[in-house]
Write a protein of this length. Structure first.
Length: 384
């Protein structure tokens, strides 16, 4: 009886096996595809995330700022720095890799991604010197015609690597001792300046291939020992707007071979000073060319060492009159940027809760929406 049961069981097993094989044979292999991204509008957001708890795996989060839908990401390796091209069609990345992931031989790369589909389009090995730093605006940037891309180096000696986008090759390394951050000229696309620790700016002019042609230092523009400048600056034309730790705006022209100070003005009235209001954050400024408005992240009870504090408020100023025209709750902002529109929206990144806050700016600043948390250790925002 037992033998009979065993034979029946074996027969059932074989029958099921044959049926399963037949069924699987009829299933066609799945064809992997890549979903097309929705067409970008001015509210697409790019959030640079160092992912500090897993720093060899940095990324750029791509979101739709209208509804905060997650659209995709670009991997940026270890301490990658990034910037959009001037027309927002490309994302430029400079980053570091190691042959054994977290050890081995170091090699640095310049990479170009399409913002249409986030696919890699170009990679060039560059000197293994790119600054492994927080992703401040200006650690990588392009000339205003996108012919050259400039990458900040630190070994810790400071220099700038130049990529020629026409030839798609590394062109030159330019020594910039004691200076940091890259400030391209809009009117002279073969020229950039950099902010120096002695209170001057250095200006470099390039030849057609991207090698150094001239190098000039300005007169002393600020006093780093008394009131240093935040390295992040925003520009309108050839004028860059810097803010100091104590709330002074410095307007600096980089139009000529020697940078020059145009004017200074204060963000603070006497009442603001008595309450200890100061600027703070990582990307703490935004300017809008058409409306001539400047936006800045501010916190009260400021003192030595609070220059990275999240914003308690965001203040807006008329650049021409230097008058404050608005102030609003700051959403703990450590980074901010404007959309590239006639009537822009202001997006800020909340350094306490890792959320986006969106503000309308006209006719007055007004908070419109807040996202869910996104990012691990983020600090730079760009809009398409």
């Amino acid at each position: 009886m037992q033998v009979r049961k065993t034979k029946i069981g074996l027969f059932v097993f074989l029958a099921l096996t044959i049926l399963s094989i037949t069924a699987f044979a009829e299933i066609k292999p799945e064809k992997l595809t890549i979903e097309k991204m929705i067409k970008a509008d001015p509210h697409r957001l790019y959030l640079t995330d160092l992912n500090l708890n897993n720093v060899i795996d940095g990324r750029i989060h791509v979101l739709d700022g209208n509804n905060y839908k997650y659209l995709g990401l670009i991997s940026t390796g270890m301490f990658g720095v990034n910037a959009l091209s001037r027309d927002s069609s490309k994302m430029f990345v400079a980053t570091t890799y190691y042959t054994k992931r977290n050890r081995g031989d170091r090699f640095d790369q310049f990479e170009v991604y399409s913002t249409d589909d986030l696919n890699l389009e170009l990679e060039i090995e560059i000197p293994a010197k790119h600054a492994q730093a927080l992703p401040y605006k200006g650690t990588i940037t392009s000339s205003f015609d996108d012919k050259f891309v400039f990458i900040q180096n630190a070994t810790p000696a400071s220099s700038v690597s130049v990529i020629n986008m026409n030839s798609k090759k590394f062109s030159a390394e330019i020594s910039t001792p004691g200076c940091w951050i890259i400030l391209p000229s809009r009117s002279k696309t073969n020229q950039f300046s950099t902010l120096c620790g002695d209170g001057t700016l250095m200006t470099i002019t390039l030849d057609k291939q991207g090698s150094e042609k001239t190098k000039t230092r300005s007169e002393k523009i600020f006093h780093p020992g008394q009131d240093p400048l935040f390295v992040q600056a925003e520009s309108i034309g050839d004028t860059y707007y810097f803010v100091s730790f104590h709330g002074q705006i410095y307007e600096v022209s980089v139009a000529d071979a020697k940078a020059k100070l145009l004017k200074t003005w204060t963000l603070l009235n006497d009442s603001d000073k008595s309450e200890g209001w100061r600027p703070g954050g990582y990307q703490l400024l935004a300017v809008h060319e058409e409306s001539r408005r400047l936006y800045v992240a501010m916190h009260d009870n400021g003192k030595e060492g609070t220059h990275k504090y999240p914003a308690k408020e965001i203040w807006s100023f008329d650049i021409d009159s230097n008058i404050r025209v608005g102030r609003i709750s700051g959403g703990n902002a450590i980074a901010m940027t404007l959309t590239k529109e006639k009537m822009p929206s202001l997006y800020v990144y909340d350094g306490m809760e890792a959320k986006f806050h969106k503000y309308s700016t006209e006719p007055v600043m007004k908070k419109e929406s807040v996202s869910e948390p996104i990012g691990e250790f983020a600090g730079l925002i760009e809009t398409h």
